[in-house]
Ligand binder design. Structure first.
Ligand code: SF4
Length: 118
């Protein structure tokens, strides 16, 4: 009985630790250059070392500084379907990162959807 009790207590403690982490990930905001705050699609604190490494190696940023280049018009980006209001959600899937990226983001692997060339 004590072994099961210990396991159950550990599970409860573990669950108690995970809930705040999940909540924190959903609410992570970062400041942009213009002082505005934006929600991160993927919290670096929740990503693996490898996931963070590929983002850093590609110099991923949440808001593109290139006038006509962003994740939404990148060949590697799959946006979520637009909502009833016609607005495409901010976060979509990047096949390079195998994870979420912002439709307004940008990285060195950007490639146009038109030709497949950068
Ligand atoms: S490859 Fe880079 S620019 Fe293209 S969707 Fe992924 S993060 Fe965005």
């Amino acid at each position: 009985m004590s072994k099961n009790t210990t396991f159950n207590r550990r599970s409860v403690v573990k669950m108690g630790l995970q809930v705040p982490l999940v909540s924190a990930a959903a609410g992570v905001l970062v400041a942009c250059g213009d002082g505005e705050e934006i929600a991160l699609c993927a919290d670096p604190n929740m990503l693996s070392f490898g996931e963070n490494s590929i983002r850093q190696a590609n110099k991923y940023i949440e808001v593109s500084e290139e006038a006509d280049k962003n994740c939404l018009n990148c060949a590697f980006f799959t946006p979520e379907p637009a909502g009833p209001d016609g607005v495409v959600p901010n976060c979509g899937d990047c096949s390079i990162f195998e994870g979420l990226a912002s439709k307004n983001g940008y990285c060195d692997s950007w490639s146009t959807k038109d030709t497949g060339q950068g």
